[in-house]
Design a protein around this ligand. Structure first.
Ligand code: SF4
Ligand code: SF4
Length: 567
């Protein structure tokens, strides 16, 4: 086990050990502190540390006790706030708004240490503890709430989290470049006005070329304008769009600059920092670490643009791939760890088979307003060659100490069908026996709203995967994910899914009862009950949502207990 000083400081004693009297940056998170390149607060901490800043981590502080916030004293530059790796609504509540009994991102699964609306609560506590110290918001919760959004707990529209928190600046998307820029500017006492990948609140006019969104007053007067807002933002998430947006509030304009430029070299450098891949010893093991400990992040961004997905709102649709050399070096570092047992559990990202995808003509993307690069068909401007990925997998598994190298991130089966060789090699050696796929539904109208491929595409993939598994003399299965209670999913549509599963004698453990996540089109549809053309859509109520879930899990047939997935 690594010594505590291998981690960033979490206490005054840790600071003393490094000879520090004051931190430059205090990073606050609702998660337990584990030092892994998949964990946002650990990544930002390591990146700042590598740039010479003195960084401390305040994990799961008591938001009612100012003394807890003073553990490491007042930071010189700023307090960085993240709710955690997952939106706190998802972490704390089920789709039926029952309190969850576990929190896998907390030590010992403790479900009690993270406040609701964690970003807002922590920002308020930071302002009270450290008056005058700038507060910087980051992470997926802040990122997806950078403009007005529908809140599932309050069942109402809310203002941008930047307005409600009175934070100084909000970082969206992967945040390394922005955070370094913010730290440097605060050190040099320069304004935080024009940093790509950030949003600020100002009384001044926004740049003339920024797209105006409906004001909060307009949204309040006519909720259906949330559909128009979300469509504008989705178009802006496309590769190479580089769009800026602004939204008016009584408290000033929320001005959101274009995304930070994708920088694959910086992505490499970040993931090769000296992460311990362990939970901090002071808090005890964090269960979420165990599923990712020996995994490697290869990509950011996803071209899918699924209407319910917070990841694409956060990271955008441009796939940024790390270099092959950097990924292989990280695998070699893992293989040298004395606790490693020979299996790289995942080389992936938001989508398991997106590494190496490229765009043929960037200028076409700059003009494109499609919300998905894969739906209703795979765009011809997207190069779907899986050859580079196959080469990477082959080289990774040859590294001494590596016996298996798996892809455990969800596969885009429509993309995989473009490469029969990929399906063969996946089945022969790169899956642990259960391959995650996410058809999400079978009903064509529901799939249209979700922006997912027709179920026949999954069936074709399954035939090919099973044939490849037989050829490899392996008994392997697909692990399909479905969503119940989706906007537009009528009783008849849900029955189709139930019948499809029954015909296959299949029950599914991994089912998500729909939760409208801020910033997504699915949340806008849920909040408005209609599409942007005015067509009404069916919104399943609580009883129907539960019925739909039992159809998927088969509990109406088997009586088996249900599990719920959090995405
Ligand atoms: S394929 Fe997965 S990661 Fe990509 S947009 Fe869809 S749900 Fe999100
Ligand atoms: S042109 Fe194609 S690849 Fe580019 S943004 Fe549009 S749909 Fe995506």
């Amino acid at each position: 086990m690594s010594e505590p000083c291998a981690f960033l400081p979490v206490s005054r004693a840790d600071m003393d050990r490094r000879g520090w009297t004051q931190l430059d940056v205090l990073l606050v998170t609702g998660d337990g502190y584990f030092d892994h390149p998949s964990h946002g607060v650990a990544v930002i901490g390591r990146v700042l540390e590598a740039a010479g800043y003195r960084v401390g981590i305040l994990s799961r502080p008591s938001w009612k006790d100012p003394a807890d916030w003073m553990r490491m004293g007042r930071p010189a530059l700023f307090v960085g706030i993240a709710a955690g790796a997952v939106d706190s609504t998802l972490n704390n509540y089920t789709a039926d708004l029952a309190r969850r009994r576990t929190d896998s991102f907390a030590p010992a699964n403790d479900p009690h240490g993270r406040p609701d609306f964690a970003t807002l609560v922590y920002a308020g506590a930071a302002k009270a503890a450290f008056p005058g110290v700038p507060v910087v918001l980051g992470g997926i919760e802040a990122s997806t709430r950078r403009f007005a959004y529908y809140d599932y707990i309050k069942k109402d529209l809310r203002r941008s989290i930047l307005v409600d928190s009175r934070a100084d600046i909000l970082v969206f998307g992967p945040g390394e470049a922005q955070t370094l820029d913010i730290a440097a500017r605060l050190r040099n006492q320069e304004p935080l006005d024009d940093i790509p990948g950030t949003a600020v609140r100002r009384r001044t006019d926004p740049p003339a070329n920024y797209t105006v969104l409906p004001s909060f007053a307009d949204l309040r007067a006519d909720r259906s304008q949330l559909l128009a807002q979300t469509a504008l933002l989705e178009a802006g998430l496309g590769p190479f769009r580089e769009s800026g947006f602004w939204q008016a509030y009584d408290e000033g304009n929320v001005i959101c600059h274009p995304p930070a430029p994708a920088d694959a070299d910086a992505f490499d450098r970040t993931h090769e920092l000296p992460f311990t891949r362990r939970s901090h010893p002071s808090a005890g093991p964090v269960p979420a670490l165990e599923t990712v400990r020996w995994s490697v992040i290869a990509t950011r961004g996803c071209p899918g643009g699924c209407s319910f997905c917070a990841i694409s709102c956060h990271q955008g649709r441009r796939v940024v791939s790390r270099s092959r050399a950097s990924i292989l070096r990280e695998i070699a570092t893992i293989a040298a760890d004395p606790d490693f047992r020979g299996t790289i559990t995942d080389v992936g990202g938001p989508t398991g088979n997106a590494w190496g995808l490229s765009i043929d003509n960037k200028n076409i993307c700059r003009r494109c307003r499609r919300p998905s690069c894969l739906h209703p068909d795979i765009c011809r401007n997207l190069d779907t060659d899986h050859g580079l990925l196959l080469q990477l997998l082959a080289e990774g598994v040859r590294i001494p100490g590596v016996r298996h190298l798996f892809i455990a991130s969800g596969i885009r089966h429509d993309l995989a069908l473009r490469s029969p060789e990929f399906i063969d090699r996946l089945a022969a050696g790169h899956t642990g026996g259960h391959l995650k796929v996410a058809p999400e539904h079978v009903d064509i109208k529901t799939l249209e709203i979700m922006r997912k491929p027709r179920i026949e595409v999954l069936e074709e993939f399954e035939r090919k995967f099973q044939a490849a598994s037989r050829k490899a003399k392996k008994e392997q299965y697909l692990l399909p994910y479905f969503i119940a209670g989706f906007p537009g999913c009528t009783k008849a549509a849900a029955d189709k899914l139930g019948s499809w599963l029954q015909r296959r004698h299949q029950t599914v453990d991994q089912v998500q009862n729909f939760i409208p996540l801020p910033g997504t089109m699915a949340a806008a549809l849920y909040a408005c009950g209609k599409k942007s053309d005015g067509e009404k859509i069916f919104i399943p109520g609580t009883k129907e949502r539960r019925r739909q879930k039992t159809l998927v899990t088969g509990t109406h047939r088997t009586g088996r207990p249900q599990k719920e997935r959090r995405t």
